[in-house]
Every structure is written in structure tokens, then in C-alpha cells.
Design a protein around this ligand. Structure first.
Ligand code: GTP
Ligand code: MG
Length: 138
């Protein structure tokens, strides 16, 4: 079975939406096999989003990700990476399909409530960034 790294972002934790977002994952058949609430430093957010460091919104993105606690989690299921991105909806909530997390909860293209890995290689690296092997039970 496939695993993906999900983050419930500061705009969503601040509005107490963790349970509502998790319900959407579970309703889609994704299983939350690891989960913790942490507060990132700007530096830790910067390392996580290193692929975006040349983008104009990088500093804003890192500051946002460090502004409030986040919930980092590992979702497991058949085709979990694609399924999670389907449940999340498009990056910009204005383009997100009805019923998706971002259509229902995201505030803007930057403060868009969730992150999800985009490929098997990034999923493996992102899971290892936040979780040790001991935290990953079947
Ligand atoms: P992630 O799952 O968070 O990686 O989102 P994504 O894959 O749908 O989008 P992408 O990887 O292209 O961008 C990463 C994150 O950068 C987005 O989720 C947004 O939080 C942020 N972002 C993307 N575009 C913009 C933008 O134009 N302005 C701002 N402020 N943030 C942006
Ligand atoms: Mg991305």
C-alpha cells in the first residue's frame, strides 16, 4: 500500500478544522497511520519547501507555515498520493472542485489548508523529514 505525507496548515489548525479535514481523508478511504501537532520554525519550513526557494512567494510561504502549529500526518491507502491530492483539490481554492478540502476550507492560494506529497520520491523524503521509523506502525 502507498503512503503520503499530509500537512494540515496553520490557517486550518487556527480555525479548529483538523477533525473536519481528517473526516474527508477517512471518508475517501485514506487511513491516518501517523499524526502529530508541531510548530515549525521558519528554518524548518524553509527546508521542507526548499524546491520552491526561487519562487516569489517563498518567504511568505515559510513565514505562514511557521505562524501557528501544523498537524503532520502519514496517510495510507491504495494510490494514496493521487487520492489525497484529489481530496485536497486545486492549489488555488477558486479552482478547487466542490467538496474538496480546499474548496470548503482554504482561504487563499497561499493559505490553502493542506499540503500533500506529489510523487512517490517526495512522499518518502517528506515522511522521513517528520517521522522516525519507530513512529510508523502498520
Ligand atoms: P502543496 O501540497 O502545499 O505542495 O501544494 P500544491 O502542490 O498544490 O502547490 P505547489 O507545490 O505549487 O505550491 C506549494 C505551496 O505554496 C501551495 O500549497 C501554497 O501554499 C503556496 N503557494 C503556491 N502558489 C502561491 C502563490 O501564488 N502565492 C502564495 N502566497 N503562496 C503560494
Ligand atoms: Mg506541491
Amino acid at each position: 500500500v502507498e503512503r503520503t505525507l499530509s500537512i494540515i496548515k496553520p490557517d486550518a489548525t487556527k480555525r479548529n478544522l483538523t477533525g473536519k479535514i481528517n473526516a474527508k481523508f477517512e471518508d475517501a478511504g485514506l487511513r491516518i497511520v501517523a499524526q502529530k501537532r508541531i510548530k515549525l520554525t521558519k528554518e524548518q519550513a524553509g527546508v521542507f519547501y526548499e524546491v520552491h526557494k526561487e519562487r516569489p512567494f517563498y518567504d511568505e510561504l515559510c513565514a505562514f507555515m511557521a505562524s501557528e502549529p501544523v498537524v503532520v500526518q502519514v496517510l495510507e491507502g491504495e494510490g494514496a498520493i493521487a487520492k489525497n491530492r484529489e481530496v485536497m483539490g486545486a492549489t488555488n481554492p477558486a479552482d478547487a472542485a466542490p467538496g474538496t478540502v480546499r474548496a470548503e476550507f482554504a482561504e487563499s492560494v497561499g493559505e490553502n489548508s493542506v499540503h500533500g506529497s506529489d510523487a512517490p520520491e517526495t512522499a518518502a523524503a517528506e515522511i522521513a523529514y517528520f517521522f522516525s521509523g519507530l513512529e510508523l506502525v502498520g
